[in-house]
Design a binder for this molecule. Structure first.
Ligand code: A2H
Length: 222
């Protein structure tokens, strides 16, 4: 009692093709036919249709048999399958300068339509692909609207512009994140996916259940 547990949905993003650097480091330490997953933790399972990039760094987390040590920067460009995402052929792992190694799994999935942090990162990645060591095409230009709220169908972009946010490190981002979350949850309606037409409050547990039932995610609390 007195301890608030954050209930995340941990998604299973299956690796489809390692980037060259990761291939080199992995060598024969992981059998070629083994399934390897990246596990981002999210509070917004209903937005997973819009996953388009996936950002990570690794942190010490839990007890596991370590097969190999590899840094987030070594897996950039790796192609993964993101459950429910419209990008069925997979999405690329990209860097995110503001990912916290201490939260969730240290891995985040990027939904630029509904997360101001993700939107700010996507703009920055597209602006400076050389700086980040990525290919510009890995950052999908078109953003899929998933939730209609009273102010927009792309709430993250809307807040980024109206609040005059200008970088992934902008001090106004926590406030934007709060507004986006509340507006999406309390007044949002799904405009994409199987639960189109439904209020977000109702769709959220249904999308979560679907991901869990399909074995594409699991509950994670901390
Ligand atoms: B959310 P809270 Cl569409 N570092 O998922 C930085 N951010 C992290 C993280 C880490 N290590 N681990 C998880 N997160 C993000 C989707 C999403 C999220 C949308 C809109 C809002 C939103 C897609 N990114 O979060 O501080 C994850 O991003 C706003 C609440 O523990 C996770 O959910 O409340 C959220 O932060 C958890 O944030």
């Amino acid at each position: 009692e007195g301890i608030a547990v954050q209930e995340y949905v941990a998604l299973k993003l299956k690796t489809l093709q390692w980037c060259e650097k990761a291939k080199e480091l992995i060598g024969d330490k992981i059998p070629a036919d083994a399934d390897v997953y990246f596990i981002p933790a999210t509070l917004r399972p209903e937005t997973m249709y819009g996953q388009m990039a996936f950002q990570n760094i690794f942190s010490p987390w839990g007890e596991y048999d370590q097969v190999l040590g590899i840094k987030g920067s070594d897996v950039i460009g790796t192609l993964v399958h993101a459950p429910l995402s419209i990008h069925e052929k997979g999405i690329r792992i990209l860097p995110m300068s503001t990912v916290k190694p201490t939260k969730g799994t240290g891995v985040v999935t990027c939904v630029p339509s509904d997360s101001p942090d993700d939107y700010a990162t996507v703009l920055d990645l597209r602006k400076k692909p050389e700086f980040y060591g990525i290919q510009k095409e890995w950052v999908v230009e078109e953003i899929l609207p998933i939730i209609q709220t009273p102010s927009s169908n792309l709430i993250a972009k809307h807040l980024y512009e109206t609040m005059k946010i200008n970088s992934p490190k902008d001090q106004k981002l926590p406030e934007a994140k709060e507004i986006a979350y509340k507006e999406g949850f309390y007044s949002g309606v799904m405009i994409y996916g199987e639960f189109k037409g439904m209020p977000v409050q109702e769709a959220k547990p249904l999308v979560k259940k679907q991901l869990l039932d399909l074995g594409l995610a699991f509950n994670y609390g901390e």
